[in-house]
Write a protein that binds this ligand. Sequence first.
Ligand code: AMP
Length: 214
Amino acid sequence: MRAVLMGPPGAGKGTQAKVLSHDAGVPQVATGDILRLAREQGTPLGRQAQSYMDSGALVPDSVVIGLIEQRLREPDAAAGFLLDGFPRTVPQAEALDALLGTLSRPLQDVLLLQVAEDVIVGRLSGRRTCPSCGRAYHVESDPPPANGRCGTCGTEIVTRPDDRPETVQARLRVYAESTAPLREYYGAQGILRQIDGLGTVEEVTARMQAALRR
Ligand code: AMP
C-alpha cells in the first residue's frame, strides 16, 4: 500500500488510518502526530511549528516536506505507507510525487473522506485525544474512561488546543483554500477515491477497503 488519506479536519482520518495501516502492515505516517510529538518534546521543530498549529494555520511547506522526505526514507516505509494529513497543499503534493519518483515508488491511491461541515464541527468540539498514542474519543459517542485516562495506553486524555471552536473555523477555512484543490490534482492523476465518511468506524473502514480493492 502506498496511499494518502485526506479529508477535512474531523473527517476521521486518524481513526481510519490506524485501522487501515494496521491491516495492511504498513506504517501510518501522520505529520500532525509527528509535529505534536516534537512540540511536546520542545525540539527546534516543535518550537517552530507551535504557533502555526495553535492558530489552526499550516506549518510552512518546506518544514513538513523535509519531515516527510526523512520519514519515507526510513526502512519501515520501503514496503509501503499510509500518509495521514500530508499532503495538505499542491506544493506538498508535487514534492511528494518528486520524492516517490526518485524512489521509483509512485503513489497508488488517494482516499478522500467526505463529511459535511456541520458534522465536522460537532465531532471536533466533542473530541478528546490521547496525547501519547493519538487515540480519539468523543464526549457523547465514544466517551473516554471515567478516570480520564486513555483506555489503550493509560495517558491522561486532553482536548487538543486546535479543537477549540474559534480554531476549528480557521482550520476549515485553511482546508477549503489550501487542501481542497488537491481533489483536482489527484483527480487528474486518476487515483482519487472519494469516500462517504458518515457512519460507524467499521462502516467507513469497509468502504475504504472496498475502494482500495478496486
Ligand atoms: P492534524 O493532526 O493532521 O489535524 O494536524 C494538526 C496541525 O499540524 C495542523 O492544523 C497544522 O498546523 C499542522 N500540520 C499537520 N500536517 C501538516 C501539513 N501536511 N502541512 C502543514 N501543516 C500541517
